[in-house]
Design a protein around this ligand. Structure first.
Ligand SMILES: Nc1ncnc2c1ncn2[C@@H]1O[C@H](COP(=O)(O)OP(=O)(O)OP(=O)(O)O)[C@@H](O)[C@H]1O
Ligand SMILES: [Mg+2]
Length: 306
């Protein structure tokens, strides 16, 4: 049976009059990598800050490890690791000193801090830089150190706010590998991302948030299925002529181009080709675009409004 590690009920956040998070409810199970996916300004950071007790919700309820956030903030924080949106190491301290400081904040013993820090520095490819001030670190190095700091007390739950955003392929890969390894050890991971690829590769389940509202919670496969419906076939015929009725899906005519939004790529292309042959038209161009994150949002929001 699955154990709920995080439970959010009717979570809502206003900044003044602005509704940033709009009545969202969901739960995250033990051992899950749960992705919170949404565009800029969707409310991801606001949500993670409420779930980690940094920000108080305007209304709604949060339970972590079965404890009410309002009453047990400290106990929850002690068992949780957080990597914020902006890497948080002190730039005037070395990597090692940042880790020591974090260890002391968590009340770890000196020997334990040293052992675990060395382990993590090696894991994150930072051991050679352990005595270098963070000021001279690249974004990727800072991000890796940030994650090492969050993992220092070996927390059972990790919150990561866009852990691979703006990183090069190597750093992003390393971080993704470590996230997977943490999951294998039974840890639960909640991560914000606007990267469909990351969500697809890493997450067991994904919640899509847009304008503060949850519009879907499902496995990446199911989310992709929704996205597949918004495949875009763009083509141009010469001389220009097209009868929208011959294909299934939404048809848009833009200048001399036709766009068809459809799940049936193969069937639709065949119909277009047949039509062109029949009418003696030349196919000037024909492209199939994979649905972008935006397309998935459109498909989801569109479906909801129908
Ligand atoms: N302290 C604040 N005061 C007022 N408005 C805020 C504050 N923090 C965030 N907002 C607004 O709330 C909305 C949600 O912001 P949030 O940072 O949660 O989005 P996000 O999904 O994390 O975006 P990004 O992908 O850019 O990090 C945005 O419109 C933002 O401008
Ligand atoms: Mg954010």
């Amino acid at each position: 049976m699955s154990v709920e590690i995080i439970k959010a009920e009717h979570l809502t956040k206003y900044y003044g009059n602005f509704l940033a998070v709009n009545d969202i409810s969901f739960s995250v199970n033990k051992g899950e990598i749960f992705g919170f996916l949404g565009p800029n300004g969707a409310g991801k950071t606001t949500t993670i800050r409420m779930l980690t007790g940094i920000l108080n919700p305007s209304s709604g309820r949060i339970e972590v490890f079965g404890m009410d956030m309002k009453k047990h903030k400290i106990e929850i924080r002690e068992r949780t690791g957080i990597v914020p949106e902006m890497a948080n190491p002190y730039i005037d301290l070395s990597a090692m000193r940042n880790l020591r400081l974090m260890g002391r904040l968590y009340g770890m013993k000196g020997r334990e801090i040293e052992k675990r820090s060395v382990e993590l520095l090696k894991l994150f490819n930072l051991y050679e830089k352990k005595d270098t001030k963070v000021r001279g670190f690249s974004k990727g190095m800072k991000q890796r150190l940030s994650l090492a700091m969050a993992m220092l007390p070996d927390p059972e739950l990790l919150f990561l706010d866009e852990p691979t955003s703006g990183l090069d392929v190597m750093s992003a890969r390393l971080i993704k590998r470590i996230i997977r390894e943490e999951q294998k050890k039974g840890k639960t991971i909640f991560m914000n991302t606007h990267n469909m690829q990351d969500a697809n590769e890493l997450c067991n389940r994904v919640a899509i948030i847009n304008h503060g509202k949850l519009i879907a919670i499902d496995t990446p496969e199911k989310i992709k299925e929704i996205g597949a419906k918004s495949n875009v076939i763009e083509f141009s015929l010469s001389p220009f002529k097209f009868e929208g009725g011959i294909v299934e899906g939404r048809v848009e005519i833009l200048g001399d181009k036709v766009k068809v939004y459809t799940a049936e790529v193969d069937e639709t292309i065949k119909k277009i080709v047949n039509y062109a042959e029949r009418e003696n038209l030349k196919i000037v161009s024909l492209n199939v675009e994979k649905p972008s994150l935006e397309d998935v949002f459109m498909a989801l929001v569109g479906e909801k409004n129908e």
